[in-house]
Design a protein around this ligand. Sequence first.
Ligand code: 6PG
Length: 464
Amino acid sequence: EKYDFGLIGLGVMGKNFILNVADHGFSALGYDLDQGKVEGLIEEAGNDKVSATTDADTFLAGLKRPRKIMLLVPAGKPVDAVIESLRPKLDEGDIIIDGGNSFYTDTDRRFESLAKDKIHFFGAGVSGGAKGARVGPSIMPGGNKEAYEHIRPIFEAASAKVNGEPCVAHLGNGSAGNYVKMVHNGIEYGLMQLISEVYDIMKHGLRMSNVEMKATFEAWNQAELGSFLTEITADILGVPDDLETGALVDAILDKAKQKGTGKWTSQNAMDLGVPIPTVDAAVRMREISSFKSMRVEAAKLYTLPMAERADLSTDELKAALYTSFIVTYAQGLHQLSEASKEYNYDLNLEVIAKIWRGGCIIRAKFLEEIRKAYSFNKSLQHLLLNEQIAELVKTNLPHLAKVCAEGMRLGLPVSALAASLNYFNAFKAERLPLNLIQAQRDYFGSHTYERLDRPGIFHTEWEA
Ligand code: 6PG
């Protein structure tokens, strides 16, 4: 009896995903060079739906045709190495699914190369961490639509469900799935940075204790700010460190690492000419955080008098965070809609909002509002142009402005909050002062300008 599904890379994600697939009635075979991981999986599964091997030929011979082989190995060279080792042994119609955070152009290259041998290749972002992989992640596959039908039943069964609907869908052509996952991670960076800025204001501006902050995030999580990241923030604030002298979070070094997906999102947004300043700010803050020793030195040099308390309520902070969350999703979705045109992905933003409602790191109650906005108007150009969303933003915006102002008055870095506010203020401005920039360009470089009152291209000899 052959297996329905094959998985290469039995690290935590791979092991958990294969167990998840088997929970839903599919048989699955794992492959890893590490004997310990192979034995660990067989032991943990404890049933004949799951097996594993360290031998590539046994693995390939054990799978039903067309073979459905998912890779959960680190992005980059390991993915190419696995593909090249399998390739001579695969048959026409076989399917390889890369479940890692691969860069989208790598996915396009692999897709085209494997297509020459009539092997289908999918880039499928998987979000939700180790637990998500075990109990139901959000899965973002892109690739050949017909071939997707072979993997659809397995992915739909293994994915998270919201109101019974699976958090997975065929998202588009070629590297569409990896691209969507990349932007998902960019939004993730933005939301995490926004939460950390609000935490900073709570801690240093309002002098709230960890217990008070935990209770506040817990309460927020019950209402419109309900989201995975709000929830885990409350959890984190309640975990004591091993010396029981305080919360563990206070003992953690304040240098944030990154594996690149947020930076890629920002870099690609700039290539496309799509502004996503909240994500940019989040990447920048991780960079600034990494220069810890310089910061320590600068802190000694710039001992400025710290303002007294922030004049803010937690309700105002909640409204500010909510508004900036909305703006962050709006930026990411705008990037997706422009990328879809540029790369012919044929993305459906309603479907993307739908599969982000559960399983993934950026899952949030608010995603249902986003889904509705794109369902109401399939060709909505920008989330902030939807009337219901506009009402939400209008109600909460004054609080975001006040929170930014207070944060700045206290000398706290509020880069992502301010980036969200400034983005919004620019986005909704009928007139921006960029007329002056056009005049300056024409002044020093004869770059010409257009006029508001009549058509044509103009140049002026500005100097008298
Ligand atoms: C997810 C996460 C996952 C991973 C991030 C972390 O959706 O499950 O995004 O993919 O945890 O890549 O990224 P950084 O290490 O760059 O913070």
